[in-house]
Design a protein around this ligand. Structure first.
Ligand SMILES: Cc1ncc(COP(=O)(O)O)c(C=O)c1O
Length: 307
């Protein structure tokens, strides 16, 4: 579905190396036990022809926070990682694309208490279109509430974008897609709405915007962007626990994340949402978001790192 398009170079442990040489040993600790952290970042080609990475410092900060939470010490200064994130687009002559920094535990010791293995870092960039499809971004997707529960805060570290947190996401996503839906919405251990498999969630009712707290969900940077925009538009935004049936009677629902950008939900659990088409609040925020990432709104330049 989303096969990665090969590019020339990958950054691995401080060096730009050819794509085919960016391999790891089978005893790589993260591969066995799932302790690692990563980021998903987008770079857009702007309206003036330049390219800009969206909210790069925030993503790199989250990568370091994620690692700190997991007691992983990334052996590079943040600046070096920030520079490598830009350089990977330049060396591969990519004007836009998806950026994946990952920090993982290398090989050496095995077993759970392995403390001497190196912490390794890879940075990969490749061209990537819409995550939930052009059609989904334009006309909305069909979603299903998952039979899998989203994380409990003392089981998974929800403020860490940890690779292990995604087994839960993948199971939920597969369940929904195999049942004929596009995406899944997950409930937290208490039964309240948490997030989608790789996106945060918003809904609107009578002009007010609602979003769940990020207790069991990832604290999304796109979510933060949208909260900022709504704040500036003086729209009333309420962050509180949300039940699944509140979503059924919402006027509009949309999902947001770096990969999915802003994607409307037109149907949930076989119930039409609102008019069944992207509503005015969703359309407006979507329009503004795409203008911002493409550099055409001067007041949001600080969110862009030009290559
Ligand atoms: C589980 C999950 N929730 C939410 C998000 C949205 O986060 P962001 O907007 O920072 O990409 C992501 C994407 O990284 C995710 O994987």
């Amino acid at each position: 579905m989303a096969k990665v398009q090969k590019v020339e170079k990958i950054w691995l442990d401080g060096e730009m190396i050819p794509w085919d040489q960016a391999n790891v040993h089978i005893l790589t600790h993260t591969l066995h036990y799932g302790m690692g952290v990563f980021e998903g970042i987008r770079c857009y080609e702007c309206d003036d022809g330049r390219s800009a990475i969206f909210r790069l410092p925030e993503h790199v900060n989250r990568l370091y926070d994620s690692a700190h939470i997991l007691l992983m010490d990334i052996p590079f200064a943040k600046d070096k990682i920030m520079n490598a994130c830009q350089e990977i687009f330049r060396v591969n002559q990519l004007k836009s694309g998806y950026l994946r920094p990952i920090a993982f535990i290398g090989d050496g010791e095995m077993g759970l208490f392995a403390t001497s293995n190196p912490i390794r870092v890879g940075i990969i960039a490749w061209p990537w279109g819409t995550y939930l499809g052009e059609e989904g971004v334009k006309n909305g997707i069909r979603a299903k509430v998952s039979s899998y529960t989203r994380h409990h805060v003392n089981i998974a570290m929800t403020k860490s974008k940890a690779v292990s947190n995604y087994q839960n996401s993948i199971l939920a996503k597969r369940e929904a897609v195999l049942a004929g839906y596009d995406e899944t919405i997950m409930l937290d251990p208490e039964g309240y709405v948490s997030e989608a498999s790789g996106e945060n969630i918003f809904f609107t009712k009578n002009g007010t915007v609602f979003t769940p707290p990020t207790t069991s969900a990832l604290q999304g940077i796109t979510r933060d962007t949208i909260l900022t925009l709504f704040g500036e538009h003086k729209l009333k935004v309420v962050e509180r626990n949300i039940s699944r049936d509140e979503l059924y009677v919402a006027d509009e629902i949309f999902l947001c994340g770096t990969a999915a950008e802003i994607t409307p939900v037109r149907e949930l659990d076989n119930r039409q949402i609102g008019t069944g088409k992207p509503g005015p609040i969703t359309q407006k925020v979507q329009e503004q978001f795409f203008k911002i990432v493409k550099g055409s709104l001067p007041q949001y330049q600080e969110w862009l790192t030009y290559l």
